[in-house]
Write a protein that binds this ligand. Structure first.
Ligand SMILES: [Zn+2]
Length: 390
């Protein structure tokens, strides 16, 4: 396969800023990245010039329910293709398909479908840009009734090792993240069980007090989903799960930076507490992402989008229509430097998944997942595993 050399004004690796750069892509991987005068481009390489542009790694979304009119729980190839292609249009080159709470049988049916899709796409990499589905994020059913958000009440369950093992069996090795409420009976044992299966354990949809959250962190929970949303609020005497999450250096924190879910001052508080290395920008997008206002599905229920804001029939916020390129611009508008903001949707989520050598990074050996940003930080080009740009 011929090499492709992409020339741009700068690259954010994201830890390093390289001006007047070239990224060399060979055989669907990055083979070199550096200043133009330091990289040997093989003769006959296809050359792409992107003056005025910044190359960043493709975005990694660890919390996304759908896009392009389809929910991942539909779990058929057409639906998952639509999600993967729509996400890629906005710079997301890999994602963790996220389920919502539902009855165990349909949940497992969805998990089987997603796992089959991932297996059939292996090795990933077609001719058109599409996000790679890296695995599955189980958001529920082991969550708090009090903080369930829009997760259907009827299917919320107490932590159960046998339910988890059924889900993991259906997911056939594709399970990546388990979100649970640590205050529930049996939750800490489930943290152990999930970690033993190699899952990242996340706290979310939780009414935990500080001590309960701290106990879960001690047992190995190291991520928190959509921080501030669907969590016991912070109080200075009982700081709750937020107190534990904001002060534990090892815990990474998701943020839905759409300007609707979290007030800008709270976003600034999160950046100040966690720093650029411990914030993970997520979309929490529903099937309505990339679509006009209207009625859509989230998991097994209906949501309505008006003015880009997604709510259930009771008017509660129900995921988002956010795309990660917009999250990036919103965070930069709050004063976060672009290299830090870029890190929050590339290297940080990849590191959470243990994929920091191949995803979310511009480095030799990494997958050729790239985004070209113009000077307004809009996506001007996307490459997934070497496909795209030309
Ligand atoms: Zn949620």
């Amino acid at each position: 396969m011929t090499a492709t050399a992409i020339y741009a004004d700068r690259a954010l690796t994201p830890l390093e800023e390289i001006t007047d750069c070239v990224v060399l892509v060979e055989d669907r991987r990055i083979s070199a990245v550096g200043r133009r005068d330091s990289v040997r481009v093989p003769p006959g390489a296809c050359e792409i010039r992107a003056p005025g542009m910044t190359i960043v790694p493709g975005f990694v979304d660890v919390h996304i329910h759908g896009a392009g009119g389809h929910d991942v729980m539909e779990a058929d190839p057409a639906a998952l293709d639509a999600v993967a292609r729509t996400a890629a249009r906005f710079g997301t080159t890999s994602l963790v398909a996220t389920t919502v709470t539902a009855a165990l049988d349909p949940t497992c049916h969805s998990l089987e479908g997603i796992a089959r899709f991932i297996r059939d796409k292996s090795p990933p990499g077609g001719d058109a840009p599409e996000a790679e589905i890296l695995g599955i994020h189980f958001e529920g059913p082991f969550i708090s009734h009090a903080r369930r958000g829009v997760h259907p009440e009827d299917w919320i369950a107490v932590p159960s090792a046998s339910s988890l093992s059924r889900m993991l069996g259906a997911a056939a090795g594709c399970g990546k993240i388990l979100t649970l409420a640590p205050e529930l009976p049996g939750a800490l044992d489930l943290v152990d069980a999930a970690r033993a299966e190699g899952l990242v354990v996340a706290m979310g949809h939780t009414d935990a007090i500080y001590d309960e959250a701290q106990a879960a962190i001690q047992r190995g929970a190291r991520h928190a989903v959509h921080v501030f949303n669907a969590m016991r609020p912070f109080s200075h005497r009982e700081t709750g799960v937020l107190g534990a999450v904001l002060t534990s250096p090892d815990v990474t924190t998701e943020l839905i930076a759409d300007g609707v879910h979290v007030d800008p001052a709270a976003m600034r508080l999160l950046f100040a507490a966690k720093g650029a290395a411990r914030v993970v920008l997520v979309s929490d997008a529903t099937s309505a992402a990339g679509m006009p206002d209207g009625t859509y599905r989230l998991g097994t229920f209906e949501v309505t989008v008006s003015g880009g804001v997604c709510r259930n029939i009771h008017g509660r916020l129900a995921g988002s229509t956010l795309t990660l390129d917009r999250a990036l611009r919103n965070v930069v508008a709050l004063g976060v430097p672009l290299p830090d903001a870029a890190r929050m949707l590339t290297l940080n989520p990849a590191t959470l998944l243990g994929l920091e050598l191949t995803k979310g990074v511009l480095a030799p050996g990494a997958d050729a997942d790239l985004v070209l940003l113009n000077s307004d930080m809009h996506v001007a080009g996307v490459m997934t595993r070497g496909a795209g740009f030309n």
